[in-house]
Design a binder for this molecule. Structure first.
Ligand code: AMP
Length: 458
Protein backbone atom coordinates (compact mmCIF):
# COMPACT_ATOMS: atom_id res chain seq x y z
CA UNK A 1 0.00 0.00 0.00
CA UNK A 2 1.22 3.55 -0.63
CA UNK A 3 1.53 6.13 2.19
CA UNK A 4 -1.31 8.09 0.52
CA UNK A 5 -3.70 5.38 1.79
CA UNK A 6 -3.21 6.92 5.25
CA UNK A 7 -5.20 10.09 5.85
CA UNK A 8 -2.14 12.38 5.81
CA UNK A 9 -1.74 16.00 4.78
CA UNK A 10 -0.23 16.68 1.33
CA UNK A 11 2.79 18.47 2.85
CA UNK A 12 3.59 15.46 4.97
CA UNK A 13 3.12 13.08 2.05
CA UNK A 14 5.49 15.24 -0.01
CA UNK A 15 8.14 15.05 2.73
CA UNK A 16 7.73 11.28 3.00
CA UNK A 17 8.14 10.97 -0.77
CA UNK A 18 11.27 13.14 -0.67
CA UNK A 19 12.66 10.90 2.07
CA UNK A 20 12.44 8.09 -0.47
CA UNK A 21 9.92 6.02 1.48
CA UNK A 22 7.90 4.24 -1.21
CA UNK A 23 5.55 2.39 1.12
CA UNK A 24 5.08 1.88 4.85
CA UNK A 25 7.16 -0.78 6.58
CA UNK A 26 5.25 -3.45 8.58
CA UNK A 27 5.64 -1.58 11.86
CA UNK A 28 4.22 1.57 10.25
CA UNK A 29 1.26 -0.35 8.82
CA UNK A 30 0.46 -1.51 12.35
CA UNK A 31 1.25 1.59 14.38
CA UNK A 32 0.38 4.63 12.22
CA UNK A 33 -3.42 3.99 12.05
CA UNK A 34 -3.66 3.45 15.83
CA UNK A 35 -1.77 6.67 16.49
CA UNK A 36 -3.80 8.63 13.95
CA UNK A 37 -6.88 7.51 15.89
CA UNK A 38 -5.34 9.06 18.97
CA UNK A 39 -4.67 5.84 20.86
CA UNK A 40 -1.80 5.19 23.24
CA UNK A 41 0.56 2.44 22.10
CA UNK A 42 3.19 0.15 23.50
CA UNK A 43 5.33 -1.10 20.65
CA UNK A 44 7.88 -3.83 20.99
CA UNK A 45 10.31 -3.54 18.11
CA UNK A 46 13.96 -3.25 17.27
CA UNK A 47 15.92 -0.37 15.88
CA UNK A 48 16.05 -0.73 12.14
CA UNK A 49 12.39 -1.64 11.83
CA UNK A 50 11.28 1.87 10.87
CA UNK A 51 9.89 2.70 14.31
CA UNK A 52 11.01 6.34 14.32
CA UNK A 53 8.89 7.19 11.29
CA UNK A 54 6.08 5.06 12.78
CA UNK A 55 5.67 7.60 15.58
CA UNK A 56 6.90 10.75 13.81
CA UNK A 57 4.49 10.56 10.87
CA UNK A 58 1.31 10.55 13.05
CA UNK A 59 2.84 13.18 15.34
CA UNK A 60 3.58 15.49 12.41
CA UNK A 61 0.05 14.95 11.14
CA UNK A 62 -1.27 15.77 14.60
CA UNK A 63 0.88 18.90 14.81
CA UNK A 64 -0.36 20.04 11.41
CA UNK A 65 -4.03 19.52 12.16
CA UNK A 66 -4.29 20.48 15.85
CA UNK A 67 -5.80 23.91 16.71
CA UNK A 68 -3.30 26.67 16.01
CA UNK A 69 -3.95 28.74 19.13
CA UNK A 70 -0.67 28.42 21.09
CA UNK A 71 2.42 27.53 19.23
CA UNK A 72 5.10 28.87 21.54
CA UNK A 73 5.76 25.82 23.64
CA UNK A 74 6.59 22.38 22.29
CA UNK A 75 3.59 20.19 21.61
CA UNK A 76 5.49 16.95 21.12
CA UNK A 77 8.21 15.43 23.29
CA UNK A 78 10.36 12.41 22.46
CA UNK A 79 12.43 11.05 25.32
CA UNK A 80 15.49 9.02 24.31
CA UNK A 81 18.33 7.36 26.27
CA UNK A 82 21.34 8.75 24.39
CA UNK A 83 22.48 11.92 22.72
CA UNK A 84 23.23 9.97 19.53
CA UNK A 85 19.65 8.85 19.37
CA UNK A 86 18.42 12.38 20.10
CA UNK A 87 20.37 13.68 17.11
CA UNK A 88 19.19 10.80 14.96
CA UNK A 89 15.49 11.20 15.81
CA UNK A 90 15.72 14.97 15.34
CA UNK A 91 17.27 14.42 11.91
CA UNK A 92 14.41 12.09 11.07
CA UNK A 93 11.89 14.75 12.09
CA UNK A 94 13.61 17.41 9.99
CA UNK A 95 13.42 15.07 7.00
CA UNK A 96 9.79 14.05 7.49
CA UNK A 97 8.63 17.59 8.31
CA UNK A 98 10.70 19.24 5.56
CA UNK A 99 7.68 20.62 3.67
CA UNK A 100 5.63 21.49 6.74
CA UNK A 101 7.48 24.40 8.31
CA UNK A 102 7.43 22.63 11.69
CA UNK A 103 10.57 23.08 13.78
CA UNK A 104 12.28 20.84 16.28
CA UNK A 105 15.33 20.74 18.54
CA UNK A 106 17.46 18.03 20.11
CA UNK A 107 18.14 18.69 23.81
CA UNK A 108 20.98 16.69 25.32
CA UNK A 109 23.88 17.10 27.71
CA UNK A 110 27.59 17.55 27.17
CA UNK A 111 27.18 20.62 24.95
CA UNK A 112 26.47 24.34 25.47
CA UNK A 113 23.00 25.28 26.62
CA UNK A 114 22.99 28.31 24.30
CA UNK A 115 21.92 26.98 20.90
CA UNK A 116 19.33 24.65 22.44
CA UNK A 117 17.87 27.49 24.50
CA UNK A 118 17.75 29.84 21.53
CA UNK A 119 15.85 27.22 19.50
CA UNK A 120 13.41 26.79 22.39
CA UNK A 121 12.91 30.55 22.64
CA UNK A 122 12.24 30.82 18.91
CA UNK A 123 9.57 28.17 19.35
CA UNK A 124 9.67 24.54 18.30
CA UNK A 125 6.87 22.04 17.75
CA UNK A 126 8.86 19.02 18.83
CA UNK A 127 11.64 18.39 21.33
CA UNK A 128 13.79 15.27 21.32
CA UNK A 129 15.59 15.03 24.63
CA UNK A 130 17.64 12.91 26.98
CA UNK A 131 16.11 13.02 30.48
CA UNK A 132 19.01 14.67 32.36
CA UNK A 133 19.36 17.76 30.17
CA UNK A 134 15.61 18.06 29.73
CA UNK A 135 15.11 18.27 33.51
CA UNK A 136 17.94 20.76 33.73
CA UNK A 137 16.22 22.96 31.15
CA UNK A 138 12.93 22.55 32.99
CA UNK A 139 14.55 23.65 36.24
CA UNK A 140 16.10 26.66 34.50
CA UNK A 141 12.69 27.53 33.10
CA UNK A 142 14.05 27.30 29.56
CA UNK A 143 11.43 24.80 28.53
CA UNK A 144 7.73 24.44 29.30
CA UNK A 145 6.02 21.14 28.83
CA UNK A 146 2.44 22.22 29.55
CA UNK A 147 1.40 22.09 25.90
CA UNK A 148 2.79 18.63 25.21
CA UNK A 149 0.06 16.58 23.54
CA UNK A 150 2.25 13.86 22.03
CA UNK A 151 4.68 12.09 24.33
CA UNK A 152 7.06 9.37 23.15
CA UNK A 153 9.40 7.27 25.24
CA UNK A 154 11.76 5.70 22.75
CA UNK A 155 13.92 2.69 23.64
CA UNK A 156 12.18 2.57 27.01
CA UNK A 157 14.05 -0.55 28.08
CA UNK A 158 17.38 1.18 27.53
CA UNK A 159 16.19 4.25 29.39
CA UNK A 160 15.13 2.21 32.39
CA UNK A 161 18.19 -0.06 32.22
CA UNK A 162 20.43 2.96 32.36
CA UNK A 163 18.80 3.90 35.67
CA UNK A 164 16.81 6.83 34.28
CA UNK A 165 13.51 5.73 35.82
CA UNK A 166 13.31 8.51 38.46
CA UNK A 167 14.08 11.14 35.81
CA UNK A 168 11.45 9.69 33.48
CA UNK A 169 8.96 9.84 36.35
CA UNK A 170 9.68 13.53 36.80
CA UNK A 171 9.20 14.17 33.10
CA UNK A 172 5.91 12.24 33.13
CA UNK A 173 4.77 14.41 36.03
CA UNK A 174 5.69 17.53 34.06
CA UNK A 175 3.67 16.74 30.92
CA UNK A 176 -0.12 17.17 30.91
CA UNK A 177 -2.26 14.20 31.88
CA UNK A 178 -4.28 14.70 28.73
CA UNK A 179 -1.86 13.52 26.11
CA UNK A 180 -1.18 10.69 23.68
CA UNK A 181 1.60 8.42 24.93
CA UNK A 182 3.74 6.12 22.81
CA UNK A 183 6.15 3.70 24.36
CA UNK A 184 8.71 1.94 22.21
CA UNK A 185 10.90 -0.80 23.60
CA UNK A 186 12.96 -3.76 22.43
CA UNK A 187 11.56 -5.89 25.26
CA UNK A 188 7.95 -5.95 26.39
CA UNK A 189 7.48 -3.39 29.13
CA UNK A 190 5.12 -5.78 30.94
CA UNK A 191 8.12 -7.91 31.71
CA UNK A 192 10.25 -4.87 32.30
CA UNK A 193 8.27 -2.82 34.78
CA UNK A 194 4.85 -1.85 36.00
CA UNK A 195 5.99 1.70 35.72
CA UNK A 196 5.86 1.58 31.92
CA UNK A 197 2.23 0.49 32.05
CA UNK A 198 1.36 3.25 34.49
CA UNK A 199 2.33 5.85 31.88
CA UNK A 200 -0.12 4.76 29.17
CA UNK A 201 -3.91 4.56 29.02
CA UNK A 202 -5.58 1.53 27.44
CA UNK A 203 -2.72 1.12 25.01
CA UNK A 204 -2.78 -0.80 21.78
CA UNK A 205 0.04 -3.32 22.15
CA UNK A 206 2.01 -4.07 19.03
CA UNK A 207 4.69 -6.70 19.06
CA UNK A 208 6.64 -7.33 15.93
CA UNK A 209 8.14 -10.74 15.38
CA UNK A 210 11.79 -11.48 15.14
CA UNK A 211 13.45 -10.58 11.91
CA UNK A 212 15.76 -13.36 10.80
CA UNK A 213 19.37 -12.37 10.19
CA UNK A 214 20.04 -11.70 6.50
CA UNK A 215 21.17 -14.72 4.56
CA UNK A 216 24.57 -13.30 3.63
CA UNK A 217 25.66 -13.69 7.25
CA UNK A 218 27.80 -16.74 7.80
CA UNK A 219 26.61 -18.08 11.14
CA UNK A 220 28.30 -20.93 12.96
CA UNK A 221 28.25 -22.75 16.29
CA UNK A 222 31.57 -24.00 17.67
CA UNK A 223 31.24 -26.66 20.36
CA UNK A 224 34.10 -26.47 22.83
CA UNK A 225 34.65 -27.27 26.52
CA UNK A 226 34.17 -24.17 28.67
CA UNK A 227 37.82 -23.96 29.85
CA UNK A 228 39.01 -23.95 26.24
CA UNK A 229 36.71 -21.23 24.95
CA UNK A 230 39.24 -18.45 25.08
CA UNK A 231 41.94 -20.54 23.41
CA UNK A 232 39.57 -21.40 20.61
CA UNK A 233 38.47 -17.78 20.30
CA UNK A 234 42.09 -16.67 19.91
CA UNK A 235 42.71 -19.29 17.26
CA UNK A 236 39.56 -18.45 15.35
CA UNK A 237 40.27 -14.74 15.31
CA UNK A 238 43.90 -15.29 14.39
CA UNK A 239 42.82 -17.30 11.34
CA UNK A 240 39.84 -15.12 10.39
CA UNK A 241 40.24 -12.82 7.37
CA UNK A 242 38.74 -9.38 6.87
CA UNK A 243 38.33 -8.36 10.51
CA UNK A 244 37.18 -4.77 10.10
CA UNK A 245 34.76 -4.13 12.93
CA UNK A 246 34.33 -6.81 15.53
CA UNK A 247 32.29 -7.23 18.70
CA UNK A 248 33.17 -10.01 21.10
CA UNK A 249 30.37 -10.60 23.62
CA UNK A 250 31.41 -12.14 26.93
CA UNK A 251 29.42 -12.97 30.04
CA UNK A 252 31.63 -11.54 32.76
CA UNK A 253 33.28 -8.16 33.03
CA UNK A 254 36.45 -9.77 34.40
CA UNK A 255 36.64 -11.74 31.19
CA UNK A 256 36.18 -8.58 29.14
CA UNK A 257 39.03 -6.90 31.01
CA UNK A 258 41.29 -9.87 30.59
CA UNK A 259 40.46 -10.50 26.93
CA UNK A 260 40.63 -6.97 25.54
CA UNK A 261 44.44 -6.54 25.66
CA UNK A 262 44.99 -10.10 24.42
CA UNK A 263 42.71 -9.57 21.45
CA UNK A 264 44.23 -6.19 20.70
CA UNK A 265 47.66 -7.81 20.49
CA UNK A 266 46.42 -10.73 18.44
CA UNK A 267 44.38 -8.83 15.89
CA UNK A 268 46.28 -5.54 15.84
CA UNK A 269 42.97 -3.71 15.96
CA UNK A 270 42.29 -0.67 18.20
CA UNK A 271 40.34 -2.32 21.00
CA UNK A 272 38.09 -1.23 23.86
CA UNK A 273 36.04 -2.78 26.65
CA UNK A 274 32.37 -2.12 27.36
CA UNK A 275 30.97 -3.34 30.66
CA UNK A 276 29.18 -2.28 33.81
CA UNK A 277 32.37 -1.17 35.57
CA UNK A 278 32.47 1.83 33.24
CA UNK A 279 30.41 4.94 33.88
CA UNK A 280 27.57 5.77 31.54
CA UNK A 281 29.66 8.59 30.04
CA UNK A 282 32.58 6.23 29.43
CA UNK A 283 30.28 3.70 27.81
CA UNK A 284 28.79 6.30 25.49
CA UNK A 285 32.26 7.52 24.61
CA UNK A 286 33.39 3.98 23.79
CA UNK A 287 30.29 3.32 21.70
CA UNK A 288 30.86 6.59 19.85
CA UNK A 289 34.46 5.64 19.09
CA UNK A 290 33.37 2.21 17.94
CA UNK A 291 30.70 3.71 15.72
CA UNK A 292 33.18 6.14 14.15
CA UNK A 293 35.79 3.43 13.58
CA UNK A 294 38.34 4.85 16.02
CA UNK A 295 37.87 1.59 17.93
CA UNK A 296 37.46 -1.48 15.75
CA UNK A 297 37.27 -4.31 18.26
CA UNK A 298 34.90 -4.13 21.19
CA UNK A 299 34.81 -6.65 24.03
CA UNK A 300 31.39 -6.20 25.63
CA UNK A 301 29.35 -7.83 28.37
CA UNK A 302 25.62 -8.42 28.06
CA UNK A 303 24.72 -5.63 30.45
CA UNK A 304 26.66 -2.97 28.62
CA UNK A 305 25.66 -4.29 25.23
CA UNK A 306 21.91 -3.98 25.81
CA UNK A 307 20.51 -2.05 22.92
CA UNK A 308 23.96 -1.49 21.50
CA UNK A 309 23.14 -0.40 18.04
CA UNK A 310 26.15 -0.43 15.79
CA UNK A 311 25.63 -1.24 12.18
CA UNK A 312 28.03 -2.68 9.67
CA UNK A 313 30.08 -4.98 11.77
CA UNK A 314 32.06 -7.58 9.92
CA UNK A 315 32.17 -9.99 12.85
CA UNK A 316 30.07 -10.79 15.88
CA UNK A 317 31.49 -13.34 18.31
CA UNK A 318 29.39 -14.76 21.12
CA UNK A 319 31.76 -16.32 23.62
CA UNK A 320 28.62 -17.65 25.34
CA UNK A 321 25.31 -18.58 23.80
CA UNK A 322 23.00 -15.54 24.15
CA UNK A 323 20.19 -16.11 26.62
CA UNK A 324 17.40 -15.28 24.23
CA UNK A 325 16.80 -15.66 20.49
CA UNK A 326 16.02 -11.95 20.50
CA UNK A 327 19.53 -11.12 21.71
CA UNK A 328 21.00 -13.55 19.22
CA UNK A 329 19.11 -12.16 16.22
CA UNK A 330 19.74 -8.59 17.26
CA UNK A 331 23.46 -9.08 17.64
CA UNK A 332 23.91 -11.18 14.54
CA UNK A 333 21.78 -8.77 12.50
CA UNK A 334 24.35 -6.04 13.13
CA UNK A 335 26.60 -7.69 10.55
CA UNK A 336 26.01 -8.27 6.87
CA UNK A 337 24.39 -4.89 6.28
CA UNK A 338 23.85 -3.49 2.81
CA UNK A 339 24.75 -6.69 1.02
CA UNK A 340 28.09 -6.97 2.74
CA UNK A 341 28.96 -10.34 4.11
CA UNK A 342 29.16 -10.83 7.84
CA UNK A 343 30.41 -13.52 10.17
CA UNK A 344 28.68 -14.57 13.39
CA UNK A 345 30.58 -17.04 15.55
CA UNK A 346 29.04 -18.57 18.68
CA UNK A 347 31.06 -20.75 21.05
CA UNK A 348 28.97 -23.45 22.71
CA UNK A 349 30.11 -25.28 25.83
CA UNK A 350 28.61 -28.71 26.60
CA UNK A 351 26.44 -27.09 29.27
CA UNK A 352 25.02 -24.75 26.63
CA UNK A 353 24.08 -27.46 24.16
CA UNK A 354 20.41 -27.46 25.12
CA UNK A 355 20.25 -23.68 24.96
CA UNK A 356 21.86 -23.65 21.52
CA UNK A 357 19.54 -26.38 20.26
CA UNK A 358 16.54 -24.52 21.63
CA UNK A 359 17.75 -21.42 19.84
CA UNK A 360 17.80 -23.30 16.55
CA UNK A 361 14.40 -24.70 17.32
CA UNK A 362 13.03 -21.24 18.01
CA UNK A 363 14.56 -19.84 14.82
CA UNK A 364 13.27 -22.88 12.92
CA UNK A 365 16.54 -23.37 11.14
CA UNK A 366 19.87 -24.98 11.77
CA UNK A 367 23.11 -23.18 12.30
CA UNK A 368 26.16 -25.04 10.97
CA UNK A 369 28.25 -26.66 13.71
CA UNK A 370 31.97 -26.51 13.13
CA UNK A 371 35.21 -27.67 14.66
CA UNK A 372 38.63 -26.21 14.16
CA UNK A 373 40.98 -28.72 12.58
CA UNK A 374 44.14 -29.18 14.62
CA UNK A 375 42.74 -27.56 17.77
CA UNK A 376 43.69 -29.65 20.83
CA UNK A 377 40.16 -30.26 22.11
CA UNK A 378 40.27 -31.61 25.68
CA UNK A 379 39.58 -35.33 25.76
CA UNK A 380 36.75 -35.15 28.30
CA UNK A 381 33.40 -36.83 28.23
CA UNK A 382 31.81 -33.44 27.64
CA UNK A 383 33.93 -32.86 24.57
CA UNK A 384 32.50 -36.09 23.26
CA UNK A 385 29.08 -34.52 23.64
CA UNK A 386 30.25 -31.60 21.56
CA UNK A 387 31.55 -33.87 18.82
CA UNK A 388 28.18 -35.52 18.54
CA UNK A 389 26.68 -32.25 17.49
CA UNK A 390 28.54 -32.07 14.23
CA UNK A 391 26.33 -33.78 11.66
CA UNK A 392 28.03 -36.40 9.55
CA UNK A 393 30.89 -37.04 11.98
CA UNK A 394 31.72 -40.10 14.04
CA UNK A 395 28.87 -42.38 14.96
CA UNK A 396 25.79 -42.77 12.82
CA UNK A 397 23.71 -41.28 15.57
CA UNK A 398 25.59 -38.05 15.13
CA UNK A 399 24.47 -37.86 11.51
CA UNK A 400 20.88 -37.41 12.63
CA UNK A 401 19.53 -33.92 12.07
CA UNK A 402 20.17 -31.78 15.09
CA UNK A 403 16.55 -31.00 15.83
CA UNK A 404 15.69 -34.71 15.91
CA UNK A 405 18.50 -35.50 18.27
CA UNK A 406 17.62 -32.76 20.63
CA UNK A 407 13.87 -33.10 20.58
CA UNK A 408 13.77 -35.66 23.36
CA UNK A 409 15.48 -33.31 25.74
CA UNK A 410 14.40 -29.89 24.59
CA UNK A 411 11.31 -29.92 22.45
CA UNK A 412 8.78 -30.75 25.14
CA UNK A 413 9.86 -27.85 27.25
CA UNK A 414 11.85 -25.13 25.53
CA UNK A 415 13.56 -22.72 27.95
CA UNK A 416 12.05 -19.89 25.92
CA UNK A 417 8.58 -18.47 25.94
CA UNK A 418 6.88 -18.10 22.56
CA UNK A 419 8.03 -14.52 22.38
CA UNK A 420 11.63 -15.58 22.74
CA UNK A 421 12.30 -14.76 26.37
CA UNK A 422 13.75 -17.15 28.89
CA UNK A 423 10.90 -18.55 30.97
CA UNK A 424 12.46 -17.59 34.27
CA UNK A 425 12.78 -13.90 34.78
CA UNK A 426 16.26 -12.62 35.23
CA UNK A 427 17.97 -9.39 36.12
CA UNK A 428 20.95 -7.69 34.60
CA UNK A 429 23.03 -8.82 37.55
CA UNK A 430 22.18 -12.41 36.71
CA UNK A 431 23.56 -11.95 33.26
CA UNK A 432 26.86 -10.61 34.22
CA UNK A 433 28.01 -12.00 37.52
CA UNK A 434 25.87 -15.07 38.09
CA UNK A 435 25.90 -16.64 34.69
CA UNK A 436 24.48 -19.99 35.65
CA UNK A 437 21.19 -18.77 37.09
CA UNK A 438 17.73 -18.88 35.69
CA UNK A 439 16.58 -20.42 32.44
CA UNK A 440 20.09 -21.23 31.41
CA UNK A 441 20.49 -23.43 34.46
CA UNK A 442 17.15 -25.03 33.85
CA UNK A 443 18.12 -25.82 30.29
CA UNK A 444 21.34 -27.34 31.55
CA UNK A 445 19.60 -29.39 34.18
CA UNK A 446 17.34 -30.87 31.61
CA UNK A 447 20.16 -32.48 29.73
CA UNK A 448 21.89 -33.57 32.92
CA UNK A 449 19.08 -35.74 34.16
CA UNK A 450 17.95 -37.11 30.86
CA UNK A 451 21.23 -37.86 29.12
CA UNK A 452 21.86 -36.70 25.65
CA UNK A 453 21.35 -39.18 22.80
CA UNK A 454 25.05 -39.92 22.48
CA UNK A 455 25.21 -40.90 26.14
CA UNK A 456 22.59 -43.58 25.81
CA UNK A 457 24.58 -46.66 25.01
CA UNK A 458 22.78 -49.53 23.32
P1 AMP B 1 14.52 3.14 12.58
O1 AMP B 1 14.03 1.77 12.95
O2 AMP B 1 13.52 4.19 12.90
O3 AMP B 1 15.90 3.44 13.10
O4 AMP B 1 14.60 3.19 10.97
C1 AMP B 1 15.51 2.42 10.24
C2 AMP B 1 15.72 2.96 8.84
O5 AMP B 1 14.57 2.73 8.03
C3 AMP B 1 15.97 4.45 8.80
O6 AMP B 1 17.12 4.67 8.00
C4 AMP B 1 14.75 5.02 8.10
O7 AMP B 1 15.05 6.16 7.32
C5 AMP B 1 14.29 3.88 7.24
N1 AMP B 1 12.85 3.86 6.96
C6 AMP B 1 11.85 4.13 7.82
N2 AMP B 1 10.65 3.99 7.21
C7 AMP B 1 10.90 3.62 5.95
C8 AMP B 1 10.04 3.30 4.81
N3 AMP B 1 8.73 3.34 4.88
N4 AMP B 1 10.65 2.94 3.68
C9 AMP B 1 12.00 2.89 3.59
N5 AMP B 1 12.86 3.17 4.61
C10 AMP B 1 12.31 3.52 5.79
Amino acid sequence: MPFSDFPLSPKLLASIADAGFAEPLPIQVRVVPALLEGRDVIVCSQTGSGKTAAFLIPIIEGLLTAPKARRIHPRALVLVPTRELAVQVNGHFEMLAAHTGLKSVAVFGGVDHGPQERALQDGVALVVATPGRLLEQLDRGAIKLRDVAFFVIDEADRLFDAGFQPEVRRVVDAVPERRQTMLFSATMPGEMSRFAHSIVTEPEIVKLGLVAPPSQIKESFWPVPEPQKLDLLMRLLAEEKGLEKVIVFVRQRARARMLAPELARLTNLPTAELHADLSQAERLDTIGKFRSGEVRLLVATDVASRGLDIEELTHVVNVDVPDTPDDYVHRVGRTGRVDRSGVAITLVSPRELALAASLEEFLRRKIPWQRLAGFPYAPEEETGAAKQLIPGKRRRRAAQPLDQRETSSTKKESPFTRSGKLKKKHTDADFEEKPRRGGRKRAEKKIKGKKLPHQRRK
